[in-house]
Ligand binder design. Structure first.
Ligand code: WTA
Length: 652
């Protein structure tokens, strides 16, 4: 996987500013100083198993574990022999005390409707849904696909699966019918839960229509549960389709939680990698839940009185870990917002923060850059004084965006936690501790306790400070993925055979003299468009599935707003010539195959793609062309890119 990008790993960012947390923040924080962080880090490094054993007492166990770690490289088991239930940990254990009537979820729909679910109310809804799923024959070990908008029922459905030991597979509502079909088939899901539609910028996203399309070719699906959200007309297929309300309404509001093994798969979540086929990342129950819970404390400094808002969609890992499992395991109050940040106007987020007095706000750099573009006046209209902590995730945050976030949203009072992690890591691995770590704009700072992160060469030896290299994790941690669904070889190969003996993240990074990590982005063929992770190979296979396309290469190019934009080089079948109409058709074709978020920003037709003598597409060259690398001269008029490749072949 580490490919020719390695040559490009050269760090240019020089950032000298440092922002320590205020004395007031530190005084009240769970971790109050660097000394405290260092001690915790040292303790975890010296005795990892003892450390995680102690942490594990924060979970509620039906049966205690007998062994902390079983590491048979690269296969891992944490908390061996233990039994628990994730939904019990996220709900029931809070019902015995004062949290019973605390808001678990504060939800706001895009049209302005809202709903609050206390922990007690959530318990009832989850039980109802769990019983409903059971009545359809869903049992421990079955897979349930969830394809819903950002509504409370998405959380309810996830927890209901966990309650009965079923494994959920949430598919982001922005994915197309084809993408949904592939994910259902890979998971061999028995039941699909969807909605008539969801609101997005005043429009209805017709989820049931896409689901119908997908279910034409999904032999494993027996039932489809449909939530009524928008009231748009949908077709209900007799025998297969059921309305959520009719199924769940009559069910009992109690449901005994199934006691599952620590390693029982809580969920699979499909993510993009370096091949055309997305991979189903499998997460465990105990290790995953513990990791999300601990990071809620360490990184988000969560307190009982906080209102916590993570803006990520539940269809991505950030939504799983920091809207659902982390906050609820911590007994926190989580805000969920259904729609777009500019619906009806550009200040919707600030309005929500003011309305619910949000204390902790967690979003993506691409969103921050969009807010900068929209202008401060939208922010100024609202009182954001409730905010005490800000977070960022999904891509490197450029120092300009960091400073704006700090000044305009944080009023120079809120620490910023730039959290580095991945779908595969389950939870945050590298991040400031808000009451302890002096932050530097653009750096995710230091690894969390128990996380052995390092920057190494392709051979695995440590690089000197300030030198770029591959970011790896040298020891297992509880929240790490356990395998790729149906594809253990890929798990082994992708993550543990690239660089000997360690977990390879696929990111490049450097460490500065203070031991701070600066993430430099992916070093494989994965790109990050507006915080959405996308495999370039996936886009390429979508393109070549169009009859006009002979060959395609997709690369990322730097984009001020999106972080990276998607540029595709396409050669056509026969003598066909490309024009704007075909260009548009191909863009729509990719949207249909994957989802609108994967629509190429630019398509360039070319007579040939630059290749090495062995026939490998010279992606680095294409990336340079896409980025408008001056040293290449003006290549935009070069129809036949193979000319260029002949010139540059020796360098690859
Ligand atoms: C990137 C999202 C820099 C990185 C949680 C990683 C980041 C990929 C950061 C995972 C950050 C995430 N700074 N880069 N704070 N956070 N990334 O699986 O390239 O959607 O490998 O998980 O996002 O994306 P994924």
């Amino acid at each position: 996987m580490p490919n020719d990008h390695s040559i490009d790993i050269e760090s240019v960012l020089q950032e000298e500013r440092k922002f320590p947390p205020s004395a007031e923040f530190s005084r009240r924080a769970h971790i109050k100083s660097m000394a405290e962080y260092e001690a915790l880090y040292r303790r975890a490094a010296e005795d990892p198993e003892g450390f995680w054993k102690e942490c594990a007492s924060e979970l509620f166990w039906f049966k205690p574990f007998s062994k902390v770690l079983d590491w048979n490289f690269p296969w891992v088991k944490w908390f061996v022999g233990g039994e628990l239930n994730a939904s019990y940990n996220c709900i029931d254990r809070h019902l015995a005390g004062p949290r019973r009537n605390k808001a678990a979820i504060i939800w706001e729909g895009e049209p302005g409707d809202s709903r609050v679910l206390t922990y007690q109310m959530l318990a009832g809804e989850v039980a109802r849904c769990a019983n409903g799923l059971r009545s359809l024959g869903v049992k421990a070990g079955d897979l349930v696909t969830i394809y819903l908008p950002m509504v409370p029922e998405a959380v309810i459905a996830m927890l209901a699966c966990a309650r009965i030991g079923a494994t959920h597979s949430v598919v982001f509502g922005g994915f197309s019918a084809d993408a949904l079909r592939d994910r259902i088939n890979d998971a061999e899901a028995k039941v699909c839960i969807t909605a008539d539609g969801g609101w997005r910028r005043g429009q209805i996203v017709e989820l049931k229509r896409s689901t119908d399309e997908a279910l034409k070719q999904t032999p494993s699906i027996q039932k489809c549960v449909v939530l009524k959200r928008c009231g748009n007309r949908v077709e209900m297929r007799p025998g297969r389709d059921l309305w959520w309300d009719e199924l769940m309404g009559p069910q009992k509001t109690v449901c005994d939680p199934v006691s599952v093994d620590s390693e029982h798969p809580l969920y699979t979540l499909y993510t993009s990698g370096t091949t055309g086929k997305p991979k189903g990342v499998v997460h465990s129950t105990a290790g995953y839940l513990l990791h999300t819970l601990m990071t809620m404390k360490w990184v988000f400094d969560i307190k009982d009185e906080d209102v916590f808002w993570c803006t990520a969609d539940i269809g991505w890992v950030t939504g799983h870990s920091y809207t659902v499992y982390g906050p609820l395991a911590a007994g926190a109050t989580a805000v969920i917002y259904e729609g777009a940040p500019n619906a009806p106007e550009n200040d919707r987020f600030w309005q929500i923060i003011e309305k619910y007095r949000v204390n902790i706000f967690y979003t993506a750099p691409t969103a921050i850059r969009t807010f900068i573009k929209w202008g401060e006046e939208w922010v100024k209209k609202h009182d954001l004084s409730s905010l005490r902590l800000l977070g960022s995730v999904g891509e490197p945050i450029n120092p300009e965006a960091w400073m704006w976030y700090h000044k305009v949203i944080g009023r120079e009072k809120c620490p910023i936690v730039d959290t580095w992690w991945q779908t595969e890591t389950g939870g945050i691995l590298i991040s400031p501790i808000p009451g302890a770590t002096p932050t530097k704009p653009g750096s995710a700072t230091r690894p969390l306790p128990g996380i052995a992160a390092e920057v190494v060469t392709r051979e695995g030896s440590a690089v000197a400070p300030n030198q770029g290299g591959f970011l790896v994790i040298k020891r297992p941690w509880p929240g790490m993925l356990r395998t790729i669904f149906h594809d253990p070889d890929r798990y082994k190969h992708q993550y543990f055979e690239q660089i000997p003996g360690v977990y390879t993240t696929g990111d490049g990074a450097r460490c500065d003299d203070d031991g701070y990590f600066w993430i430099m982005g992916r070093v494989d063929d994965v790109i990050n468009v507006s915080g959405h992770r996308l495999g370039t190979m996936e886009v390429e296979s979508a393109l070549v599935s169009h009859p006009a396309v002979a060959e395609a290469a997709a690369v990322g190019r730097p984009d001020e707003l999106k972080g990276q934009a998607l540029m595709c080089f396409v050669t056509l079948e026969g003598r066909r010539k490309g024009d704007d109409r075909l260009r548009e058709e191909l863009r729509n074709h990719v949207a249909r195959e994957i989802g609108a978020f994967a629509k190429p920003d630019t398509i360039r037709f070319t007579d040939a793609l630059p290749k090495t003598r062995s026939g490998k597409i010279m992606r680095r060259l294409l990336r340079q062309i896409a980025a408008g690398d001056q040293t290449l001269g003006d290549t935009t008029t070069l129809e036949d890119l193979s000319v260029l490749s002949r010139l540059r072949e020796d360098e690859e």
